[in-house]
Design a protein around this ligand. Structure first.
Ligand SMILES: Nc1ncnc2c1ncn2[C@@H]1O[C@H](COP(=O)(O)OP(=O)(O)O)[C@@H](O)[C@H]1O
Ligand SMILES: [Mg+2]
Length: 284
């Protein structure tokens, strides 16, 4: 290889990778259009529109009751908005059921953990794998008593996949521990592992750092950025800690009383007077 070609290659490598190893932000993968959601007289969301680009970390912020969790619930099919549409990779829907959304590659963690407290870390993360399992051991045995081999092989592959997630999240020492016995920060990490087991293209995280101390928040921030860099996963993140939001997100949507009051880069949002008075000025 001649020197000029080598130099161009080095320049390209430098241009492609910034110091955090993040992937370049791409096309719009998820578009939320004019979503309104009411519960009786409560307007949880009013005419909300925003988009999410591939490989982006997109934050949703706003005071308590602003409609952030409701927004994620509309995206992953838990709530049906009265108005508006959601487009995912060119497919538009007013409502999808949760399984369809998961099959399309959208996974989610919950504000209040939805783990099985009595089950081990390994088994909890395996539950996230269910959707990817083609063969059910029992069905396979009924159909063909000599067919255990294939199902067992599949089970082994899924377990290996889950072990890789456990390594990635650095929770090997707890793989057999019942989740209920772990400190809260680690439970949140297991919940992230359960969502990752789905191999999502888009990961919706509802306050993944709530209730954590500074060190746990730093760990979780790093894992979120690592997931984004390593697997190219697009992240939609609800978070209260403004320091974290400013640090790890590419763009931020701001909700207040169910309305969108800001949308832009962390710097743009930080300088938006409406956002400052509604959100940054408060103790959240
Ligand atoms: N299932 C529900 N039934 C009735 N009201 C709800 C429901 N879910 C959310 N809400 C209401 O919608 C508003 C937004 O709530 P939420 O999306 O949880 O806000 P945030 O996550 O920003 O704190 C609140 O007024 C809340 O009480
Ligand atoms: Mg919430």
């Amino acid at each position: 290889m001649n020197a000029a070609v080598e130099a161009v290659g080095a320049l390209q490598a430098a241009a492609e990778g910034d110091n955090s190893g993040r992937r370049a932000i791409g096309e719009v993968v998820l578009e939320v259009k004019n979503i309104s959601l009411r519960f009786g007289g409560v307007k949880a969301l009013t005419d909300i529109s925003f988009d999410v680009r591939e490989h982006e970390v997109r934050a949703i912020i706003g005071p308590n009751g602003a409609g952030k969790s409701s927004m994620l619930n509309c995206i992953n099919g838990v709530y049906t908005p009265q108005e508006g549409s959601i487009t995912f990779r060119g497919q538009t829907f007013g409502h999808m059921n949760r399984r369809q959304v998961a099959e399309m590659g959208v996974a989610r963690t919950f504000q209040n953990l939805a783990l099985f407290k009595g089950m081990s870390v390994l088994d909890n993360i395996m539950t996230g794998r269910n959707l990817r399992m083609k063969t059910n051991l029992f069905q396979q045995a009924l159909r063909n008593p000599w067919g255990w081999g294939a199902a067992e092989r599949e089970e082994v592959q899924h377990r290996e996949f889950v072990e890789r997630i456990i390594d990635f999240l650095e929770i090997q020492p707890y793989r057999k521990t019942p989740v209920g016995r772990l400190p809260y920060g680690l439970q949140k990490r297991v919940d992230l592992g359960r969502a990752l087991a789905l191999e999502p293209q888009v990961l919706l995280l509802d306050e993944p750092m709530a209730g954590m101390n500074v060190e746990e928040k730093q760990d979780m921030s790093r894992f979120i950025l690592d997931v984004n860099a390593e697997y190219g996963t697009t992240i939609v993140l609800i978070e209260h800690d403004m320091g974290v939001v400013m640090d790890i997100s590419d763009r931020v949507v701001v909700l207040d009383y169910g309305k969108k009051i800001g949308d832009g880069t962390p710097d743009e949002v930080r300088r938006n007077p409406e956002v400052i008075s509604a959100y940054l000025g408060t103790s959240h």
